[in-house]
Design a binder for this molecule. Structure first.
Ligand code: CP3
Length: 359
């Protein structure tokens, strides 16, 4: 397992890791949710010949796709090419993608929950760990690899609903009809995720992100009763991993008071909440990641620059900001706008935090 970086005291950390540690960075680091994906022609070219599952299950392909955006743009981090559903492949529920996750045999009863058995990541998804090892060997030192997993509640949504949905009403109904079985399933998903995340760090991931895409479907009481304890258990278990933890409670503006109490280095903020307001609730010990509206990448260049400046201003001049979109990049996005975004963030923030140069 990786030790904490020995250079942290000298300001020599890669900008992404420095920002995650709330230390001054040479510039505000940038990466983009779903940066490896369908907006890139080189991704679409590979995707014509291989299914999404095949790409994730083949280390050479998954490595190549992870590296595609890093070759094209001066990104400050890479994110493993996989899916939140990937570690659940080993549960034997018949996982496919069309294009979102679809399960042949969703979990619909207490008996279904009790029948579930999970296996360690090294057995169930060795190809993912092989991909992480390959990437750790190929990526430059200044471009750390982010490992990730789905948060238990978000995985629960797909496992019970069996497919994507706007309301996930089957999953939410199950919470209320079977609270005990629901908790048991969330616990199982937390156990599986702790093992999966640790295995990624062991293989060379230098940060870990938990995606809670459907956190905002829960009111604060249900979030506290069901989703939060499982997230807390994962984050606590990972405190000894030595890598920064990022938690992204999508549409979670009303949940942030609870999130502020979690053992986490960085919280991802969706585009609906200004970062200054997130910072006020989270306090000075937690960094923020985000949160340009992905739609801003469809604006003319001048308007895009203004929208980026607005996010930077909201983030404030202190350390602890990782620039990102407020959700995944849209497939119709022009890659030239992504290049502009990264250059603009780097240029506007160069050494600002180190030397306090007025903007
Ligand atoms: O960010 C990255 O570049 C890393 C890879 C990554 C993917 N999915 C690749 C992917 C990551 C981190 C994810 C996370 C993920 N997957 C989440 C959490 C983030 C979020 O968006 O809230 C969720 C909810 C999923 C489930 C999922 N997988 C959905 C809803 C879809 C369909 C998306 C769509 O736009 O149609 C997928 C498929 C998927 N995951 C694709 C990619 C590149 C498209 C696959 C294809 O080529 O057909």
């Amino acid at each position: 397992m990786k030790q904490p970086d020995p250079h942290s005291a000298t300001g020599d950390l890669p900008p992404f890791l420095a920002a995650c540690r709330l230390q001054p960075a040479a510039h505000t680091p940038v990466w983009i949710m779903r940066q490896a994906g369908r907006y890139l022609p080189e991704y679409r070219a590979l995707r014509e010949r291989h299914s999404f599952l095949e790409m994730m299950r083949t280390p050479e392909l998954a490595t190549e796709v992870t590296l595609q955006p890093v070759r094209r743009f001066p990104l400050d981090a890479a994110i493993l090419f996989a899916d939140i559903m990937t570690p659940l492949d080993g549960l034997g529920l018949g996982l496919d993608f069309a294009p979102g996750p679809v399960l042949e045999r969703p979990v619909r009863s207490r008996a279904d929950v009790e029948a579930l058995r999970w296996r360690p990541a090294e057995e169930a998804v060795p190809h993912v760990l092989e991909t992480v090892r390959a990437l750790a060997g190929e990526l430059p030192e200044r471009t750390p690899l982010i490992g990730f997993a789905g948060a238990p509640w978000t995985l629960f949504c797909y496992l019970v609903e069996g497919r994507g949905s706007k309301s996930f009403i089957t999953a939410k109904a199950f919470l209320h009809a079977e609270p005990e079985a629901s908790r048991q399933l969330l616990e199982l998903l937390a156990d599986l995720t702790i093992d999966y995340a640790r295995a990624q760090v062991g293989a060379g991931a230098r940060a870990l992100m938990l995606f809670d895409s459907w956190a905002g479907l829960l009111g604060p009481d249900d979030y506290r009763r069901f989703a939060l304890p499982a997230v807390r258990r994962i984050l606590e278990a990972l405190s000894s991993s030595g890598v920064p933890r990022i938690y992204f409670p999508n549409q979670g503006a009303t949940l942030l008071e609870d999130v502020a109490g979690l053992p986490v280095e960085v919280v991802g903020i969706d585009w609906r909440l200004p970062l200054s307001r997130a910072r006020r609730v989270l306090g000075p010990q937690i960094g923020v990641q985000g949160n340009l509206d992905p739609a801003a990448l469809f604006a003319p260049e001048a308007a895009l620059r203004e929208a980026i400046d607005q996010v930077l201003e909201e983030a404030g001049s202190g350390p602890g900001h990782v620039f990102n979109l407020g959700h995944g990049i849209e497939r119709e996005t022009d890659p030239a706008k992504v290049a502009l975004l990264i250059d603009h963030v780097h240029a506007r923030t160069a050494r600002r935090t180190l030397r306090e140069v007025p903007a």
